[in-house]
Design a binder for this molecule. Structure first.
Ligand SMILES: N[C@@H](CCC(=O)N[C@@H](CS)C(=O)NCC(=O)O)C(=O)O
Length: 209
């Protein structure tokens, strides 16, 4: 297998954590987004959508989405299970993973990409250049506050996002909450259940990679 990573970006960090939690050591190539390497001819030949992470599987299939990578690794290396064991858990893991992507990942990315001067003309990842829309940054920031409410409400009732064990949904949630620092948003002080959950995940070896 071969893993295309970028040490500074949140999406590949999710795959990196998943790989580490599975106890796998996969040959890795760094793609520097800061240097624009995702748009190089060499990388576009690997992934024409110009995004990381990418995993080339044991049979040579090219997987260019976190969920595809996680589903493949869970099927190929079932232990430890990170995407639920019972039918209900499996449903909850994908539900919470999607909720975190849509209510956390998207608004954080919209805020950053539509306001950062270095991202002018690069408001959406991929091979096309899109201009920034400042209103999307303002809307994104307002939605991030709602995202923190959503997490706190869930984590007041459950030790982890999907069920009573650490799963893919927690990896996605942890990475997004940590990445919110780039738009200067942090877990609100009153959100003690979220802070406790975040601190527990931060202690896992996979979180420091
Ligand atoms: N839905 C994709 C998102 C991949 C993605 O957007 N990756 C970003 C890094 S976080 C990227 O490659 N950005 C390239 C760019 O900004 O040009 C996944 O989760 O795998």
């Amino acid at each position: 297998m071969l893993f295309y990573d970028c040490s500074t970006a949140p999406s590949p960090r999710r795959a990196r954590m998943f790989i580490a939690e599975k106890g796998l050591a996969i040959e890795t190539r760094e793609v520097s987004i800061m240097k624009g390497e995702q748009l190089s001819a060499d990388f576009l030949a690997v992934n024409p959508r110009a995004t990381v992470p990418v995993l080339i599987t044991e049979t040579g299939t090219v997987l260019g989405e976190n969920l595809g990578i996680a589903a493949y690794l869970e099927a190929a290396f079932p232990e430890p299970p990170l995407m639920g064991e019972t039918p209900d858990e499996k449903g909850l893991v994908l539900m919470w993973n999607a909720m975190v992507e849509q209510n956390g990942g998207l608004p954080i990315a919209e805020t950053l990409r539509n306001s950062n001067p270095h991202m002018k003309g690069r408001a959406i990842p991929g091979p096309e250049n899109y201009e920034q829309i400042p209103e999307l940054a303002a809307r994104g920031r307002a939605r991030v506050a709602k995202f923190f409410d959503l997490l706190e409400e869930r984590l007041q009732d459950s030790p982890y996002l999907a069920c009573d064990r650490f799963t893919l949904a927690d990896i996605t949630g942890f990475v997004m909450v940590d990445f919110a620092r780039v738009i200067k948003e942090r877990i609100p002080e009153a959100n003690t259940a979220t802070q406790d959950w975040f601190d527990r995940i931060k202690q896992r070896p996979s979180a420091s990679l």
